[in-house]
Design a protein. Structure first.
Lengths: 383, 383
């Protein structure tokens, strides 16, 4: 397979614009220099708009998981009680991390089902230092009710730690308005930079909590990042992945040029287009919603049709040059997922749907060939 | 200053070859694919030669410090006693990390002075789960006696954890022969890849120790990297920094083309050339040696001459387009450091010395102008 000619339609890593790829080819620089500080500061300026926050934003050389661990490990220790909401793979990861650093009280919900806010409130009433939420659950394609959970966290005095790895940069996230104390995003999702950087916004309340924690991780200590970032000349505590910063800076420049409002609208309509197509193709969406939750605007998860395994769909798509995702853990084979993150275009979406139609027809699982593409195109017309 | 025209002569990040920079511009790929596995495996094959080991090598998306923390945090917990050798900034970091995860018994030596092996043996006699050593202390330019320390570790049944961040790839390191259980290297030093990846070799004994540790870090859990790396299709536990893997693969290809023997000889002679020049320029080397230690073959640390601060030298060099390093922590101003790591050439070394001569003459601190360059050139002739 020619890698240069593959269309990535997974929920990250996403295709990276050629100008972002080219930006990474610049020579190395001293990471303790005004030149590096300027790049870092430039990134933070655009990120403030992505996060809708006045909080400081730290950039860690590591994956989104590194960002999640930094957020938890910097404010939670030994006896601290953490309520962890889990309705998918990444919720589970947050729960595991909370259990590693403190005492976790999980709110476990069947993967793909919505968060029960009443049950959450019961748990918070019992007292908690923090509550963790995966805003957009990449593994199941559900968007969880961050504003409502932020209100509950505030009501009960808990820190609100939010994984916005696949929402920030592609969907509406209002860190300050929602009261998110620590919000985490990965570079390789909606921001459409290469993988390898995690960005975490830190509220005053979170910073105070850090200062009281005796034993924080070392490489992932957000207090160290905060301190280095506050210097007259912005630095990172440890050597940063310089080419990834070049790439992030250029990717954020693209975000700025498009404008966050237009970017969110594009993500939203392209996902709606996927869902419209799936309905015509008799493919059922995987998430179960309630009034507080909705389908993700950056990744769509569908049940595999009877007689065709999700992994088989993935394989057939790959043969045709399109990479989509299957299900994770116990969902493997049962679902398949199409990302509509980052710089994805309407053409990419239509190609993906068309290819899926071809596969389903070949397997004798599609009645109205072309109806999916048509339904998607109709939504895309509103772009 | 034009960044494209700067010569990096710091002890990392080092200049990266244009073909390595270009390699990073390839499109993103799925990190759970045969394509990514092939890159990872290709890197490990060359790294086995760099490390001189049959042990498995894990590649972490993070800085050298992340690699150090992974090594310690994966095998050390709560009541475990760790003997940490400190004779420079990075020894101090290892000590801090050991103290974070276990009970540290530091062997503190004045920065720049050699390790006292008798004192070390006394500490090991008292029993220790692990001993940590910075092989090549980047902050002071001393090469510590890893083979002797490996023997002592073995004698007393301690795990030998070695920071080879600025020796591996540029100087002789024999992981298996020396009995190093966990050896760490960063991508941006002698291997001459961009910063952002850490590689750690894991011995059977280290793996057994990990399995017995109850609470390992999450993102930096070497057991998770080991497990993912052992799969039929090599993976990383969390999303890897794909462009950095492209870069590392190409940089290691360069290492392979040069051959490790020639590479070590080049590093060794170029550092000798720096030292020969310094002697002619009446600049004193900073490290104090004993029979077991030697000057570093990848970074040279010199005392700043009377009447000229080390930071001032750094500044004057930068004005002329050459980036060298000053001293860290309490050594700031007292010393200056010249890296001869990675793809550094004899021309780079001669330019650096020549520029330093010009500065010293301007300050009235040099008698025999040109003698430094001449002495260096004589050593370089042996290349």
């Amino acid at each position: 397979m020619d890698l240069e000619d593959t269309l990535l339609m997974m929920p990250g890593p996403v295709p990276v614009a050629p100008r972002v790829l080219r930006a990474m080819s610049k020579p190395m620089i001293n990471h303790r220099s005004p030149e590096f500080a300027a790049i870092y500061d430039d990134c933070r300026e655009v990120l403030a708009d992505v996060f809708q926050t006045k909080n400081d934003i730290c950039i860690i050389s590591g994956s989104g998981t590194a960002g999640m661990e930094a957020a938890i490990g910097s404010v939670v220790e030994s006896e601290d009680r953490v309520v962890s909401i889990e309705n998918g793979k990444f919720g589970e990861r947050f729960k595991d991390l909370a259990g590693l650093y403190g005492q976790v009280d999980p709110l476990e919900i069947e993967w793909g089902k919505p968060v029960d806010l009443e049950m959450l409130e019961e748990k918070l009433e019992a007292g908690a230092k923090a509550v963790t939420l995966v805003h957009n659950e990449t593994s199941t394609g559900i968007l969880n009710p961050a504003p409502e959970i932020g209100k509950l966290a505030k009501k009960y005095g808990a820190l609100f730690i939010m994984d916005g790895v696949t929402s920030l940069g592609g969907d509406e996230v209002k860190v300050d308005e929602w009261g998110v104390d620590l919000a985490v995003v990965g570079s390789q999702k909606c921001i459409a930079a290469p993988p390898g950087l995690a960005m975490v916004s830190v509220s005053e309340k979170a910073l105070e909590a850090m200062e009281a924690v005796k034993k924080r991780p070392y490489y992932l200590d957000l207090k160290a990042y905060k301190k280095s970032g506050d210097k007259a000349r912005t630095e990172t505590p440890y050597t940063p992945a310089i080419p990834l910063f070049y790439g992030l800076q250029e990717a954020l420049q693209l975000v700025k040029e498009e404008g966050m409002e237009a970017r969110i609208k594009r993500h939203s309509l392209l996902s709606e287009a996927v869902r419209a197509a799936m309905a015509e193709m008799n493919l059922e969406m995987f998430p179960k919603l309630n009034e507080y939750s909705s389908y993700s605007n950056t990744v769509s998860a569908m049940k595999a049709p009877k007689g065709l395994d999700g992994e088989e769909i993935k394989k057939e798509m790959k043969k045709r040059g399109i990479i989509i995702a299957g299900g994770q853990a116990h969902l493997k084979g049962q679902i398949f997922r199409i990302g509509s993150m980052g710089n994805v275009s309407s053409r990419d979406i239509l190609t993906t749907i068309q290819t899926l139609e071809l596969i389903l027809r070949e397997k004798g699982l599609l009645e109205n060939f072309g109806a999916g593409v048509e339904a998607a195109a109709k939504v895309i017309d509103r772009l």
